[in-house]
Ligand binder design. Structure first.
Ligand code: SF4
Length: 307
């Protein structure tokens, strides 16, 4: 019998749980007329379940009818979304239910405060991720400098050298790799005179000329630490998560960095018998938008295959 260990923090974070609760509650009193802009959370199965409860998902804001009951996703939205919805008479306190995670709002507030204190803010994040797009809105909009990978540190240095910024601060999307962020800062510092120092999240000291703020959320950190733990005594790791889930993809990337056989799946039926050949200690983890039942099904399938 193989030994299966499920990571301590596998699955839903509180932000995702809350967003789903909000959407379900709203849809219960407004079946077939509740709209969600974009993926509420990055998990296809969760979206399917919510669609089954009568929620209508749209990718284009213009598909939302005038006056419609609307829920905004956990990843946050740029201010333009609120403006367009306002023109459709969709407003907070009336028919707009904002499921933005408070930890994403915190990053928006950090960006706003840094900007208003004279900082040019650079984001470590994914160009096409709704959270990075939402945070960019508070800075330079489309013109905000976003760096996706620690190896792209030269682009950051060139951006700084090619412009005449007074003060510069780097912040991160909540779901990025903790190690990746650390390496990015190290790479910049080793090629830029060790200038960047940490500005604590409370943003008390804003006299620093070059700083970075740790805005990766704790649930993301916990799930990434779980990989360190699993890597210590597992000979295979399975990560369950939505295809678009940034934090799930980071977990998979981290597991692979350890050189352990690792697989990224969306659901149990994708687990192949041959993956498990000769494996004795299997680790299972899941991103912050993966429901518990998908984790249970994966564990059951591993048990069935190895029985
Ligand atoms: S991953 Fe972090 S920021 Fe995103 S919803 Fe969960 S707690 Fe909030």
């Amino acid at each position: 019998m193989v030994d299966i260990k499920v990571a301590r923090h596998a699955g839903f974070c509180f932000g995702v749980k809350k967003a789903i609760e909000i959407a379900e509650e709203v849809a219960q009193s407004n079946p077939e007329s509740t709209y969600v802009l974009g993926q509420l959370v990055h998990n296809e199965k969760v979206i399917k379940t919510l669609e089954g409860k009568g929620i209508i998902f749209v990718e284009d804001i213009h598909e939302i009818p005038q006056n419609a009951i609307t829920v905004l996703r956990a990843h946050g939205e740029p201010g333009t979304t609120y403006e367009i919805l306002g023109q459709k008479s969709i407003t907070k306190g009336k028919n707009l239910n904002d499921a933005t995670c408070p930890l994403v709002t915190l990053v928006h507030n950090v960006a706003i405060k840094l900007k208003s204190n004279g900082y040019e803010v650079i984001i470590f994040g994914k160009h096409n991720h709704p959270e990075a797009i939402g945070t960019s809105y508070h800075l330079r909009g489309n013109g905000t400098f976003i760096v996706e990978h620690e190896d792209d540190y030269r682009q950051v240095i060139d951006h700084i050298k090619n412009n005449n910024f007074g003060k510069i601060a780097i912040i991160s999307q909540t779901t990025m790799s903790v190690l990746g962020y650390k390496k990015l800062i190290e790479n910049i510092n080793s090629n830029f005179g060790n200038k960047f120092i940490e500005i604590p999240l409370a943003l008390k000291n804003l006299d620093v000329k070059y700083g970075f703020v740790d805005t990766i959320c704790n649930p993301t950190k916990q799930r990434q630490s779980d990989i360190d733990e699993l890597a210590g005594d597992r000979d295979m790791i399975i990560v369950i998560g939505g295809k678009n889930s940034s934090n799930s993809k980071e977990l998979y990337a981290k597991a692979k960095e350890y050189g352990i056989d690792s697989y990224f799946i969306q659901s149990a039926e994708q687990i192949q018998k041959e993956w498990l050949n000769g494996k004795q200690r299997i680790g299972v983890t899941a991103g912050a938008s993966t429901p518990d039942y998908l984790i249970d099904e994966a564990v059951e399938r591993i048990k069935e295959i190895t029985r």
